[in-house]
Write a protein of this length. Structure first.
Lengths: 290, 118, 133
């Protein structure tokens, strides 16, 4: 009996394909593929249904063609729901069609039809879902590594002075990483003063402040000084409103001011070689003399 | 095991290079105070570069020795605390607020000199 | 059953022995230097508690595996007096021995999981796990 179902479906592939294309195109109205051009959408649909039938003709299950087709769609960034919805529609269309070929159907045959169609469609859906989630997991793990890499660079700007710009949200895991980088970096660069720049940290809540304070205290223990810079007005407000005590180590609103303090702490001052006004004066004098 | 205490002018230099057990830590505390008393040293550098663990007990002994030396007129600087040790101490909740620190022996001596002369 | 590495705590020197063994195990499992220091310090605190309050006990180590994540479990057991008020000992700064009072809450912060079981008069069992990152 299963063979009979196979034959009906394969012999009438034209009609089934026509029905399928019609439904899939109708469904498209309120759909995720709206950014894709009609032409591409139609040709992809045709390709899709052809691969499904190829798979059926070769006895069902996953074929090389189907695999490379889905792989290509994954890489192009087509949504997974396009494929799963397409296959579910295929299931419905096929069952409807086979049923419509028979005036009377006993339950046994009915279950054979369902069973047969399921053994075509289900392995394909499973494989596709696996493929997609595998590709997502891969992306997520890549991004995690990327995030760790950009986590916290330490920049030695001058002998004994280094800067650590913090960017993005800080969670506990990242805070530990940052602290490790900070401390080993201080030792490596023999830094007396470290400027931690939080200009790029969007939100400073109690947890983030706690991590920053811990880092600053650890820096003090290994024998260096910490200056917190880049405190925007709204961050100053939240820090005070939350009752966070940052009083134990110096803070500055901008990196520039912090850097000046760092220079002072390491016994340096900034001096301009010649004041701009005197240069202008010189030019004026030359002009009047000439 | 006794920790050697070296004298250099009016400074005392100590480098701790063993895994400190409680007994050695207390012995060290006693030895250092005696040495300060005998030598009249005004500055002490305790270098912890090769110490890879400080638990709450050792931290307390070190903190106490700093306060005690201060009472006897000698300033103490701890140097060379390893990053891993510093992080562990902070997570333990030990901040050693009143203790002076420096990156290494050299910086420690500079710091002492600034404090004593300035 | 696999034999677990174990250190009996009877005298002060055993505290050093326990944390050295623990550090070795942590290194074998692939922990970084900072985590090694965290683990060794936690063991030191737990072993010292046994020595100070129970007199005799033991610390043993176990490699644990949870959903492919590897970790080191430290278990400290004694048959000492037990702890009367668990919430009190978990407070920062609480100490009956003149210490810094950072011991147990500190261990909890150093490790990833922390469990304490104590019956007044029956002894104490503390277990804590650190996962390899």
């Amino acid at each position: 009996m299963p063979k009979r179902v196979d034959r009906i479906v394969l012999d009438n592939s034209d009609v089934i394909i026509k029905n399928w294309l019609k439904i899939v195109s109708e469904n498209r109205q309120n759909d995720y593929t709206s950014s894709i051009s009609d032409e591409l959408f139609q040709s992809t649909n045709r390709e899709f249904v052809n691969v499904i039938f190829d798979s059926l003709a070769s006895g069902g299950g996953l074929t090389k063609e189907l695999e490379s087709f889905s792989e290509r769609l994954v890489n192009l960034g087509w949504p997974l729901s396009y494929l799963t919805d397409g296959l579910q529609t295929f299931r419905r269309v096929t069952i409807d069609f086979v049923l419509s070929q028979h005036d009377q159907i006993d339950t046994d045959f009915f279950s054979v039809i369902l069973d047969r169609v399921d053994t075509w469609v289900d392995p394909i859906i499973n494989k596709l879902v696996n493929e997609y989630s595998g590709s997502w997991e891969h992306t997520v793990s890549l991004q995690r590594v990327a995030l760790q890499e950009l986590s916290a660079p330490l920049i030695p700007v001058m002998r004994n002075i280094t800067i650590m710009p913090l960017i993005g949200t800080i969670d506990t895991e990242r805070a530990k990483q940052i602290m490790e980088n900070l401390l080993t970096g201080v030792i490596k660069h023999n830094a007396e003063v470290v400027l931690i720049d939080i200009t790029g940290v969007p939100v400073v809540d109690t947890m983030v402040a706690h991590h920053i304070i811990q880092a600053a205290e650890a820096v003090r223990l290994i024998g260096a000084k910490c200056i917190l810079v880049g405190i925007r007005p709204e961050i100053a407000q939240t820090i005070v409103n939350l009752g966070i005590d940052l009083g134990k180590f110096p803070t500055k609103s901008s990196l520039r001011k912090g850097f000046e303090t760092a220079l002072e702490l390491t016994g340096r001052t900034i001096q301009r070689e010649k004041k701009q006004e005197t240069i202008v004066e010189d030019i004026m004098n030359q002009l009047t003399e000439g | 095991m006794r920790i050697p205490i070296l004298k250099l002018h009016n400074y005392l230099l100590i480098s701790i290079q063993i895994d400190l057990d409680d007994q050695s830590a207390i012995q060290f505390q006693e030895d250092l105070l005696n040495k300060i008393y005998k030598s009249g040293a005004t500055g002490v550098v305790i270098d912890l570069t090769s110490v890879d663990i400080i638990d709450s007990f050792i931290a307390k002994v070190l903190g106490d020795v700093v306060t005690m030396s201060d009472l006897m007129g000698a300033k103490v600087v701890l140097t060379g605390i390893q990053p891993a040790v510093a992080m562990t101490l902070i997570e333990l909740g030990i901040h050693m607020q009143d203790v002076q620190t420096a990156l290494d022996l050299e910086q420690g001596l500079i710091k002492l000199r600034q404090e004593l002369e300035g | 059953m696999e034999l677990k590495p174990c250190v009996n705590i009877r005298q002060e020197w055993d505290i050093v022995g326990a944390r050295q063994l623990g550090r070795e195990k942590a290194k074998e499992l692939g922990f970084g230097t900072v985590d090694q220091a965290r683990i060794a310090t936690a063991i030191s605190e737990l072993a010292r508690n046994i020595y100070l309050y129970a007199g005799i006990g033991k610390v043993y180590f176990e490699m644990v595996d949870h959903l492919g994540k590897k970790g080191l479990k430290i278990v400290a057991v004694d048959e000492g007096p037990g702890i009367r008020d668990l919430s009190q000992v978990m407070q920062d700064g609480y100490s009956t021995s003149g210490g810094l009072g950072a011991g147990l809450p500190g261990v909890k912060r150093l490790m990833d999981t922390f469990e304490i079981n104590s019956e007044w008069g029956e002894g104490t069992e503390i277990s804590a796990v650190k996962w390899v990152r």
